[in-house]
Design a protein around this ligand. Structure first.
Ligand code: NDP
Length: 344
């Protein structure tokens, strides 16, 4: 293992070291163990799978969020089984992940008993990628869907003002012994962080990522950040992002991205709102025809990869294997910023 070695512009850490560092920073920031544990875990998973935008890079923001007047650093989520197929997880203004973790056993049991379980997470601060939750469900042989709004940064196609979130949508299909089929992406053309990075580097952005405050297409990252981002796929992405607003907001009695931005009140914390997760059991819904269903799914995946296309998450799974063996490379600048959080 390369763990512990230091290069000129990066530090190599083992996956366990990433987890320990994240946990230490979060506990020192005042989070309870129940809050800090799952957050550290998801940050570690992001770093491990080389999803750098959702790895250690997020730690400073997590610490910042603790300062939001409505954030509850020792929140204890409350899980209610509302019906045979509906679970409500009240995050009590802590992070989304501890609420998910507490609700998961009930979600899995319900999906097996009645074919489907709908999990509504309410009042949660949310910064995370969705694939860790998707994988936690597919690990039980269930298919999964997850979505959440965030802050209003995206203009609807044909419009000029930001009212939609970058609203990630994720899906997973269990594949027995194989790694699950999982995709997880924002419904905006590009992540907000990518535009911010272009601004930092003084680089122009491609047309189609954003519009300026006058609603005109722009190649200026600064102008797009001040104006609005755009959905992916034109009106189709715009409608999907709207669906995410409705299903993970009003449907479950929680905030839209516009309301979440108002709730933030300029603190610039992680957005606070709801999340919708649906678990589906192929063994139940296939009604005895499950084996044929799984064969059909595998034939579909083989037809995709057989012509040279790759499955989503394949890059992540390869990165995971590498990281578990060789550790992860963390930029020195980021590492120093995180160590400074411990000192500060
Ligand atoms: P990308 O545009 O990078 O797309 C990611 C998904 O597409 C992954 O599943 C990825 O698999 C897959 N993919 C990428 N390229 C290919 C390809 N050539 N063939 C097949 N599949 C491919 O993601 P985004 O920037 O839109 O989002 C990144 C993350 O940010 C997500 O995890 C999302 O949940 C998170 N996010 C969270 C928000 C929040 O508020 N909580 C807001 C917005 C985003 P692979 O990983 O293997 O490359």
């Amino acid at each position: 293992s390369e763990a512990g070695k230091v290069g000129p512009d990066h530090v190599v850490m083992s996956v366990d070291e990433v987890r320990e560092l994240a946990l230490k920073v979060l506990l020192q920031a005042g989070l309870s163990r129940e809050q800090a544990g799952p957050v550290a875990e998801v940050i570690t998973a992001g770093e491990r799978d080389e999803c750098h935008s959702h790895g250690l890079y997020r730690l400073p923001g997590c610490v910042e969020t603790v300062r939001h007047p409505r954030f509850v650093p020792d929140a204890v989520p409350v899980i209610t089984e509302q019906s045979a197929s509906v679970v409500r997880a009240d995050a009590r203004f802590g992070y989304s992940l501890p609420a998910f973790e507490r609700a998961l056993p009930t979600v899995v049991r319900q999906a097996r008993e009645v074919g489907v379980s709908v999990l509504a997470i309410n009042d949660c601060f949310h910064f995370a990628a969705l694939w860790p939750e998707i994988e936690a469900i597919t690990a039980h042989g269930l298919a999964a869907i997850a979505m959440t709004p965030n802050h209003c940064w995206v203009a609807p196609t044909g419009g000029t003002r930001p009212i939609l979130g970058t609203n990630p949508f994720a899906f997973g299909w269990p594949r027995g012994g194989d790694r699950p089929y999982v995709f997880d992406f924002a419904t905006s053309e590009i992540a907000r962080g990518d535009i911010a990075l272009h601004k930092l580097a003084g680089k122009p952005i491609p047309l189609g990522w954003g519009i300026d405050q006058a609603g005109q297409p722009t190649t200026s990252a600064a102008a797009a950040l001040a104006g609005a981002m755009l959905p992916f796929g034109g009106y189709k992405g715009s409608a999907l992002a709207t669906m995410v607003e409705l299903l993970a907001g009003p449907l479950i009695g929680d905030l839209t991205s516009m309301e979440s931005t108002a709730f933030d009140g300029g603190v610039n914390a992680a957005p606070c709102h709801g999340e919708l997760i649906i678990a589906l059991d192929p063994a139940f819904l296939g009604g005895g025809r499950t084996a044929a269903g799984h064969q059909g799914a595998e034939a579909l995946f083989a037809a995709i990869t057989g012509q040279g296309a790759r499955l989503p998450s394949q890059r992540r799974y390869e990165a995971r294997e590498r990281s578990m063996k060789d550790g992860v490379r963390v930029s020195r600048a980021l590492h120093e910023r995180i160590i400074a959080l411990l000192d500060g």
